[in-house]
Design a protein around this ligand. Structure first.
Ligand code: PNW
Length: 477
């Protein structure tokens, strides 16, 4: 059979349209409106300190729980550590150049708390602060707006009890105050914490992440509480130490509930599930209290709350950052909760990381659920991206067509949210570079730039070329 080329197909469609007296359109041109993003929409990339910086023992940096954990045999893939990572500590100018070449307006980065306060508190380390001054100044010189996360999991190892102690939440607020007072003249956007569930549950209940503990429900719930308390105290500290107009938020991987079919009942089920499914974290932060249903469910294991905690935790935010990767499908049901979660069948597709199931509509529903339930003033996608089995050819190319597919479909769905009027202000692609993917070490690549770790050379992948076009046109095809 003769292969039908795109051109033939276009011709035959055009001929059929003419015959049927349908509106005319040019060959290859879609009848659908182009997916143009709102004017001023911010495009960016995201990274995190421990995943890219390396220089783990340089210039007075103190160890974090991730240094200890990754150096403990059996904890990370292949025993990989962040000792060198992308060596961005030394190569940051090259990385800012990559951002510049993409044409991004903005960059989300995090600060290594133990680089600034090697002991977690006490005396700051001037060389650590200098590094972040240099990075921020380099970004600004390239007209790239920094969005800074104060805590992306690399807790100073010296803090007694880690997140099991309320003192850590207070130490975090002091560090946030110091850091934002220092950077607040140049940086106007701060996120307190990244992904509560990863640094609390994965670190203290499941033991898959640093510090690798497997606590019982009671103490593990207290760790969660100390995490949201740290966020709240830090919001207060940032407000008190920065000029008016500084924007404060957080980056949260809220569970995104997607209606299995878009019926009014299932959409309502997704809303209910959004509140309940995020009860210990985002719901508590945005409602300024724990849901009764959560407290009832946890019973004797519910966290201890001290007077004033929720005044801090419920501090109003300027924006909510959502890290969006995967969908959780939900439908209406007659159960007590009013919804039921669908487990994906074994054949459900995923990217190179087995947990990274593909459901591009999750980015639309993530924004919509959060805006509909909590009426937040502004939303950013603070992370979205995927791992692929990238192969660097001898010519230095990486044809990551699957990553382009993943990103294109997510952006089409994000466009839907923007077009419906939801207040999405920007998008940070995870990640600028392949980097230390936590317990998966260097075995999973999330970058749109390939990093050849032995040489630290960076190569733009096909996805980087594609993203550059998206940014230039403020549009996704
Ligand atoms: C996020 N999960 O982590 C983090 O913010 C990044 O540091 C990380 O590199 C990126 O996503 C890719 O993993 C997650 O198992 C890690 O569902 C694991 C999960 C989700 C997010």
């Amino acid at each position: 059979m003769k292969n039908i080329t795109r051109r033939d197909f276009g011709k035959s469609v055009a001929a059929a349209a003419a015959a049927a007296a349908l509106p005319k359109f040019a060959i290859g041109q879609s009848m659908a409106a182009p997916r143009q993003f709102p004017q001023g929409f911010l495009w960016g990339c995201a990274t995190a300190a421990y995943q890219i910086e390396g220089a783990a023992a340089e210039d007075g940096r103190g160890p974090s729980v991730w240094d200890i954990f990754s150096h403990t045999p059996g904890k990370t893939y292949n025993g990989d550590t962040g000792d060198v990572a992308d060596d961005s500590y030394h190569l940051y100018k090259r990385d800012v150049q990559l951002l510049h070449d993409l044409g991004v307006q903005t960059y989300r980065m995090s600060i290594s708390w133990s680089r600034v306060f090697p002991e977690g508190k006490g005396m700051p380390n001037p060389k650590g602060i200098d590094y972040y001054d240099r990075v921020v100044d380099e970004l600004l010189a390239n007209h790239i707006t920094p969005y800074i996360t104060l805590f992306h999991w690399d807790l100073p190892a010296a803090l007694p009890g880690g997140w099991q102690s309320r003192d850590t939440s207070k130490a975090f607020a002091d560090y946030a105050a110091y850091m934002t007072r220092h950077l607040g003249d140049r940086v106007r956007h701060f996120m307190t914490t990244n992904e509560f569930t990863c640094f609390t549950d994965l670190g203290y209940r499941e033991g898959r992440f640093a510090p690798g503990l497997k606590l019982a429900d009671g103490p593990a719930n207290q760790v969660r509480h100390n995490g949201i308390l740290a966020h709240g105290l830090a919001v207060q500290a940032i407000r008190a130490n920065t000029p008016a107009g500084t924007q404060v938020g957080l980056a949260e991987n809220a569970t995104v509930f997607v209606p299995v079919i878009e019926t009014p009942e299932n959409i309502e089920a997704a809303r209910r599930a959004t509140r309940l499914g995020n009860a210990p974290f985002l719901t508590a932060v945005l409602e300024g209290k724990y849901m009764d249903a959560y407290l009832r469910h946890e019973g004797a294991n519910a966290p201890q709350v001290e007077p004033g905690d929720f005044k801090a935790i419920g501090s109003p935010l300027d924006f909510v950052g959502l890290n969006i990767y995967t969908p959780t499908y939900v439908r209406a049901s007659r159960s007590a909760w009013g919804f039921e979660v669908e487990q994906p069948p074994a054949s459900y597709p995923h990217m190179a990381s087995p947990w990274l199931t593909i459901g591009p509509e999750c980015i639309y529903w993530g924004v919509r659920n959060v805006c509909d339930v909590w009426k937040v003033p502004a939303v950013y996608i603070t992370e979205n991206g995927c791992s692929s089995d990238d192969v660097l050819t001898p010519e230095g190319r990486v044809e990551d067509t699957d990553r382009v597919m993943y990103l294109r479909n997510h952006l089409a769905n994000l466009h839907r949210a923007a077009a419906e009027g939801y207040p999405v202000k920007g998008y940070f692609l995870w990640s600028l570079l392949d980097n230390f993917e936590w317990a998966d070490g260097y075995s999973k690549r999330f970058g749109i730039h390939y990093v050849d770790f032995p040489t630290e050379r960076r190569y733009p992948k096909l996805s980087a070329e594609w993203y550059r076009d998206v940014i230039a046109q403020n549009m996704v095809e």
